[in-house]
Design a protein around this ligand. Structure first.
Ligand code: UDP
Ligand code: MN
Length: 340
């Protein structure tokens, strides 16, 4: 090929592609030559080079495992889980160490995993956060905050006491309220606070219903107070009273599971809290009263309070009679070395 022919070819439309191919070819050749050089045992820098690569690989592996850990915490939830434009639902759950605790928390966490933009505030009734709950939360795939505060012994239910004798979960719910006040900025706080005990049964629809609450939302609660259902009485879309056999004259005769409040209400009333001094059955009423809520503020949810979306189920006390007998006989406990 003469020089004139080559320059003519360069002028053609494909000439640029030809040039690029040549450059690519040269680059590949250079790389291969470099690798061959380093592979040769005589190369003075090959050991250092291998060491560097090994170090880089190790660092990358560490990064990958950290990313996997983060993904398990944040991303293992279903794909629809993260919607930053939705108000957050802060679910407050007091919990205490009894044989059925893990079963209750697993069941509840499985429910909550279906709910987008949810932040679970789990407060242990204990001096310290337990390994059991810490591990469960770490592996749950939920966004959570783990707190603990112990109920003083004199306020605790004794084994033979009926459940209604002392308020349960009071200090724990208050710890969660304090956390919200300390950690949320009032200007951009957008969400709802719901007090969800660990042994109730929650329909997923309930969370959809509560998400847009502006003040206080209310709805029926099934299997509570000795009756099939307790519920707000609704007339023309407004709450006019309460359908409950016990003290329907309470200002807010609802169970803990029957209402949720906008988080602004919590932040705007920094001293509003549950009180161990509250008369039995008045925890809910006393809290909402401190927040300046009136019947007119109540937002009627669950199809004008005609649907039951939450049930005040109670986990049966674990039957451990045989375990006790074994213990008396000096036999090892069945749960040695295994978390139940
Ligand atoms: N709870 C607690 N400490 C206790 C008893 C109960 O933190 O000493 C928690 C419990 O785990 C639950 C909530 O408080 O989330 C309400 O307790 P429970 O379900 O026993 O009450 P009830 O079903 O009678 O309302
Ligand atoms: Mn309960």
């Amino acid at each position: 090929m003469s020089l004139r022919q080559i320059s003519a070819a360069l002028r053609r439309r494909n000439s640029l592609i030809l040039l690029l191919c040549l450059v690519a070819f040269y680059l590949i050749w250079f790389q291969l030559a470099g690798v061959r050089l380093l592979e040769g045992s005589g190369h003075p820098h090959s050991d250092q080079w291998e060491e560097r690569v090994a170090k880089e690989l190790y660092a990358m592996r560490l990064q990958a495992s950290e990313m996997r850990r983060q993904l398990t915490r944040l991303g293992s939830a279903p794909a629809h889980w993260r919607h930053s434009d939705l108000p957050t639902i802060f679910v407050v759950t007091p919990t205490h160490a009894i044989p059925t605790q893990k079963a209750d928390l697993v069941r509840l966490s499985n429910t909550l995993l279906h709910v987008p933009n949810l932040h679970w505030l789990v407060v242990e009734d204990a001096d310290h956060k337990s390994e059991l709950v810490s591990r469960l939360l770490r592996r749950s795939g939920l966004v959570y905050t783990h707190l603990s505060v112990a109920t003083p012994p004199e306020l605790k239910l004794q084994p033979k006491d009926p459940r209604w004798k002392k308020p349960r979960g009071v200090l724990q719910r208050n710890a969660a309220l304090s956390w919200l006040r300390e950690n949320l900025e009032i200007v951009d706080a957008n969400g709802v606070v719901y007090f969800a005990d660990d042994d109730n049964t929650y329909s997923l629809e309930l969370f959809t219903e509560m998400r847009d609450i502006q003040s206080v939302g209310v709805w029926p609660v099934g299997l509570v107070g000795g009756v099939m259902v307790e519920r707000p009485l609704v007339d023309n879309g407004r709450v006019t009273g309460w359908l409950t056999p016990w003290r329907p004259d309470r200002a807010f005769a609802t169970d803990m599971a029957g209402f949720a409040v906008n988080v602004r209400l919590v932040l705007n009333h920094p001293t509003a809290s549950f009180s161990i001094e509250s008369q039995r059955g008045f925890l809910e009423t006393d809290l909402l009263t401190q927040m300046g809520v009136t019947l007119d503020d109540l937002e009627v949810k669950a199809d004008l309070c005609t649907k039951v979306l939450v049930w005040h189920t109670q986990t049966a006390k674990a039957d451990l009679k045989i375990e006790k007998i074994m213990e008396q006989k000096g036999k090892p406990a069945t749960n040695v070395g295994i978390e139940v």
